[in-house]
Design a protein around this ligand. Structure first.
Ligand code: AMP
Ligand code: ZN
Length: 482
């Protein structure tokens, strides 16, 4: 099987072929660190985490870059309001983002470039665009990208001219008269008193100012992949759907006008929103939950991962208490099965046990195949999860029939749950309980063999006090917790 991905550029699912065999550069637009990220942002980051993990599991050497936007209107306004410098304001939010990332078990990117640390490459990029004649200095001292001089503009978003115009002016209205064309977007904003007040202005040959948001991603992505692999095209570029236009459209215009390459990224992937009662989760609407809110409520990060992965990344997802609750129950089922599989009866006696073990091995093989087929199909996590839960059902049945918790079953289960990273956090505690239960069962068996029934009953009661019930059958003694 080959990995197939939906490419927003072509609006089709196609075979994934990286620029250089065996390795993948992955650029994911990161958070704006003016405040805490909400779990809508993290839905996108978790989709990207799964993509990264699946690429790695598929054998690719992945170079993952996630930028932190530390200079833009929001960060500057927030710093002004707090009466501190830009740098002082954003630092705690950068640290909070890393803490939330760790709580949600998101793998660390290889680079977290911050816009303010890449001012020199941004200035070079603007100079290159000015030299090529696709950028110009407006009457207000800002530098703009001239869309009319880049005929491919609009390829990604496929919007018509009218929509492009309204999109551009919706973001930047005050500079309407400084631009040659209402669709043009800013590359470098001339310094304003607010910018100076918080330390968000830099000298440049074309005037003192600060980078535009779109410019930040192009400059950092190009700088880092060139340094890493000497390339100027990304393999995969991700974000949520709201970034298709204008952000990614503008990134393409800047980057391709500079490199002369037809593409800035070979594949563009966009995640759908996390909604709350049909409305996008957003700071602006006040309908948001942060990762730390969930953490304080005692939500297992694995439950949130499971909840998000139950819906395909290109489908909208509505957050509500019931669905998160259902994910928590499903998580418990996984945890119980993990504990059972970790210890299992471990003994096969007779044909029944051997048949059941063969059944378990067959189910494990099927899990590997179907899980991979699901993720290879445009990262269809719901399909992969269905394969995993089918395995839990088949596995429980086989273990009931006396199957040995064999290595192929354990390995396949660990492999699949490891990629999704969705085992309950208390897994160690569960495994500890299972070890103790197995030891007690052996002690009870020994007591019974010695015809010390009082001792055997006492052990049964001891287990019952911990919520563990025993069932004696032909395959040995089975147990259940909770
Ligand atoms: P921001 O911090 O606003 O720059 O956003 C960081 C990332 O989160 C971007 O890729 C956004 O498109 C994405 N995002 C924002 N809101 C949501 C949402 N409700 N659901 C999914 N992704 C979102
Ligand atoms: Zn970006």
């Amino acid at each position: 099987m080959t990995l197939r991905l939906y490419n927003t550029m072509t609006r089709e699912v196609g075979d994934f072929v990286p620029l250089t065999p065996g390795r993948v550069s992955l650029y994911t637009c990161g958070p704006t660190i003016w405040n805490f990220a909400h779990i809508g942002n993290f839905r996108t980051f978790l989709f990207e985490d799964l993509l990264r993990r699946w690429l790695e599991a598929s054998g690719f050497d992945v170079f993952h870059i996630m930028n932190l936007t530390d200079v833009d209107d929001r960060t500057i306004q927030a710093a002004l309001k707090a009466g501190v410098t830009l740098r002082e304001h954003v630092e705690p939010y950068a640290q909070a983002f890393f803490a939330d990332r760790d709580y949600l078990r998101i793998r660390s990117a290889h680079a977290y470039p911050r816009a303010t640390q890449f001012i020199a490459p941004m200035i070079s990029l603007v100079e290159s665009l000015l030299a090529k004649g696709v950028a110009y200095r407006g009457d207000d001292g800002s530098v703009y990208f001239a869309i009319a001089r880049f005929p491919e503009y609009g390829r990604l978003s496929q919007l018509d001219q009218r929509e492009l115009r309204s999109g551009a002016s919706g973001r930047v209205s005050s500079d309407e008269y400084a631009k040659e064309d209402a669709r043009d977007f800013v590359l470098w904003k001339a310094a304003q008193p607010d910018d100076e007040a918080v330390g968000a202005a830099w000298d440049a040959p074309f005037g003192r100012g600060r980078p535009g948001w779109h410019l930040e991603c192009s400059a950092m992505a190009l700088d880092l992949v060139r340094e890493k692999w000497g390339e100027d095209v990304l393999d995969i570029h991700c974000g949520a759907v709201d970034l298709i236009f204008p952000h990614h459209e503008d990134e393409i215009a800047q980057s391709c006008a500079h490199t002369g390459k037809p593409d800035f990224a070979r594949v563009w992937m966009h995640a759908e929103f996390l909604n709350v009662r049909g409305t996008k989760m957003s700071k602006r609407f006040g309908n948001y939950t942060t990762a730390r809110d969930l953490q304080e409520d005692g939500t297992d990060a694995a439950a949130l991962r499971l909840f998000f992965f139950q819906t395909h990344y290109r489908q909208k997802l509505d957050l509500n208490d019931e669905s998160l609750g259902a994910a928590t129950s499903a998580l418990r089922r996984l945890g119980d099965f993990a504990a059972r599989l970790a210890t299992g009866p471990g003994t096969v006696s007779g044909a029944v046990g051997e048949g059941a073990t063969a059944e378990l091995e067959g189910a494990a093989k099927q899990l590997r195949e179907q899980f991979a087929a699901g993720l290879d199909d445009d990262l269809n996590a719901p399909r992969a999860l269905a394969a995993l839960f089918d395995f839990v059902t088949a596995g429980n049945r086989a273990l009931d029939r006396g199957a040995a918790a064999c290595a192929p079953a354990r390995d396949a289960f660990d492999w699949a749950t490891g990629i999704l990273d969705i085992l309950p956090t208390a897994r160690e505690a569960d495994a500890g309980l299972a070890t103790w239960v197995e030891e007690r069962i052996q002690a009870r068996k020994a007591a019974r063999q010695a015809r010390n029934f009082a001792e055997a009953d006492a052990i049964r009661d001891e287990l019952a006090a911990k919520g563990v019930t025993l069932e004696d059958g032909p395959g040995g003694t089975k147990w259940r917790a909770g």
